[in-house]
Design a protein around this ligand. Sequence first.
Ligand code: XBP
Ligand code: MG
Length: 232
Amino acid sequence: MLRALIFDVDGTLAETEDLHRQGFNRAFRALGLPWDWSPDLYAELLKVMGGKERLVHYIEQFHPGEADGLKRRMPEIHDLKTRYYGELAESGGLALRPGVRRLVEQARDAGVRLAVATTTSRPNIDLLLRLNFPNQAQPFDVIAAGDEAAQKKPAPDIFALAVHRLGIDPSEGIAFEDSAAGIRSALAAGLPVLATRSRYTQSHRLDGAFSAVSDLGEPDAPHAHLQGHVWP
Ligand code: XBP
Ligand code: MG
């Protein structure tokens, strides 16, 4: 019996990654770092999950000679990026992807619980939910985010934490993901996965997902598994 839906955030609940990219670039400028991550470079760097880990990977790959000094600045850079990300999201809005709101409301009506399992930092998910569910103090029952996981996606930690906090068996949940690493993470946690590629994951393989849809707004998407669960 389906008891919970567990959503990834970046790229699944909303198209957030280009705002992250802009936040990084604004932080680099503010700190006098001559770096500018293009969309193509960011798509490559996104293979490393976690903004802090992504930054360290970039420093080691592109600035190996100054890596020790620059890595000591990583917390400062990432904190500033998170601040700028929040400002960009507040000013420009951060809409949910198609179908997300409908699915959340249908789940609520059907007594199916809702969770988030994300690599992004907690302030970012709190902001996304505040902007999109302004009149609901806690639109999701469980949030598992960022550094709460000892190992980030594709490790199973963050999805396993969400499953634990929900108090369900993984077979009683469905995970929604946009990236290859996220799919691997959810599968490793024992969850069936519905995949929906986002702007930055169009080239990603979706191996292991039981179905893939262009977005969640397809009310008549012909995936039997979900139809078996989703509400008539
Ligand atoms: C995607 C990530 C995050 C964001 C940046 O998370 O890898 O790291 O790119 O957010 P998910 P932070 O798809 O699991 O939601 O800089 O806060 O990590
Ligand atoms: Mg994602």
